[in-house]
Design a protein. Structure first.
Length: 182
């Protein structure tokens, strides 16, 4: 009888050890997925989306040489609404100096986005991430989240949460193309 208890204990210990090792391995492999979280210095991930204002496609890689702000937002996001006028004001100021904004809406309804765009009288490119593909590619959470991309296509800064006018202008100055820096 003692021998059976000892064997059961050894068997259970081995099975438990295998389960623990397997769990640790699965957790490790899941943390090493194809889309690691983007950070400063990483190359920005390329994408193509259709602009809502004119129907043309906009591709991030075609903006190389410009400083680019990618802003993920939604019409139901109050902080997103508050920063839009700041983005418009600075877009008017910095567009000719080589700054571009791509506002990526994650709303489901295209008409709601278009109404918002027109009501705020925005002029920078607005695109619709219908399926959340780009949001997933950039692992965006929470809204708003903004990526500031250097002219060479690398990420200068990731900002999670709303921006003030002063902070936004500071970040624009960080990504200005060299020939336009003051």
């Amino acid at each position: 009888m003692f021998k059976n208890k000892k064997m059961r204990l050894i068997f259970r210990t081995v099975v438990l050890s295998i389960l623990v090792v397997t769990t640790v391995l699965v957790l490790y492999l899941n943390s090493q997925k194809d889309n690691p979280i983007l950070a400063q210095g990483d190359p920005a991930r390329d994408f193509i989306l259709e602009r809502l204002d004119n129907g043309e496609e906009i591709q991030l890689s075609e903006l190389e040489g410009k400083g680019v702000m990618i802003n993920f937002w939604a019409t139901y996001c109050e902080p997103c609404k508050k920063e839009m006028p700041y983005m418009e004001e600075l877009y008017q100021k910095y567009q000719d100096e080589g700054i571009e904004i791509i506002a990526v809406s994650v709303d489901k309804n295209k008409m709601v986005i278009e109404n918002f765009y027109n009501n705020f009288n925005l002029s920078f490119p607005l695109v619709h991430d219908r399926n959340g593909t780009i949001m997933e590619l950039y692992q965006v959470q929470p809204l708003p989240t903004s990526y500031f991309i250097n002219p060479d296509g690398t990420i200068e800064r990731v900002v999670k949460g709303p921006l003030t006018l002063d902070r936004l202008e500071t970040y624009f100055k960080e990504i200005l193309p060299e020939n336009n820096e003051a």
